[in-house]
Design a protein around this ligand. Structure first.
Ligand code: CU
Length: 246
């Protein structure tokens, strides 16, 4: 019994560690990221429950039926009721997680009305953003990585492209990564919920300059965004256009 108690303590410790890890994960600074974060939480809790049940039962049966006098415990071969239960429970669990995943993917791909439009272009080895509503283009350099300025609490329609090889737009604080594939235009929406500067990078090894593909998103209120965008139109800070991209 003393060992059984230890098993329960280990299971409880596992729960505490898993909750701690979950607490360390970013909550998702976008509406879409919060959906992903909610899905992570469901999977984490389901994993803890399943691991707790399996490890407890394994520990219990190992200790309870450990070899003593060579006699076999009572055997339950071909018990249809037990087999039906241990087939139905995992099946229902996996189906529930599958349905939740499909629903979350649907909300991630949903396009909201209104908002602002940007085109993000990845190339070896930098990022370029085109504010298509204002015809403003900014390109990052190794010395001055691209900062994409966006309004908070507004749907942002992003069109993602690559000019050469596979890249990936990765924003850890948004719990978001999307591949940029040459010849394939990818579109998605993000809606940032809190002002701030969110670092991003390329998450697909794309050659020797891969490590230079850093960028950030600066989220500001709508008035600041519009003032900033107006300052960029025809301004001296206008970065090289797409024709300057190698
Ligand atoms: Cu890249």
């Amino acid at each position: 019994m003393r060992r059984l108690g230890r098993g329960w303590r280990a299971a409880a410790l596992l729960g505490v560690v898993a909750s701690g890890v979950a607490g360390c994960m970013p909550a998702g600074a976008t509406v879409q990221g919060k959906d992903i974060s909610g899905l992570y939480d469901v999977f984490l809790v389901a994993g803890i429950v399943v691991a707790g049940i399996v490890w407890s039962l394994v520990t219990w049966s190992v200790l309870r039926y450990r070899r003593r006098d060579g006699r076999l415990p009572v055997q339950h071969m071909g018990d249809v009721r037990i087999e039906a239960i241990w087939t139905a429970i995992p099946l229902a669990t996996v189906l529930a997680l599958f349905v939740l995943t499909v629903l979350t993917l649907g909300s991630l791909d949903a396009v909201q009305p209104g908002g602002v439009n940007i085109r993000v272009v990845a190339f070896r080895w930098q990022w370029q953003v085109v504010y298509t509503d204002a015809n403003v283009t900014n390109t990052g350099t190794t010395e001055k990585p691209l900062q994409i300025v966006l309004p908070v609490n507004t749907p942002v329609h992003v069109t993602l492209e690559s000019l050469d090889v596979n890249h990936a737009m990765f924003l850890p604080a948004f719990l978001f990564k999307r591949d940029a594939i040459p010849g394939h235009v990818t579109t998605f929406d993000i809606q940032i919920t809190a002002p701030g500067v969110y670092p991003g990078s390329c998450a697909e090894f794309c050659g020797v300059g891969h490590d230079a593909m850093l960028f950030s998103v600066r989220a500001v209120d709508m008035a600041t965004y519009q003032a900033w965008l107006a300052s960029q139109v025809g301004g001296a800070s206008l970065a090289p256009s797409a024709s300057a991209v190698p």
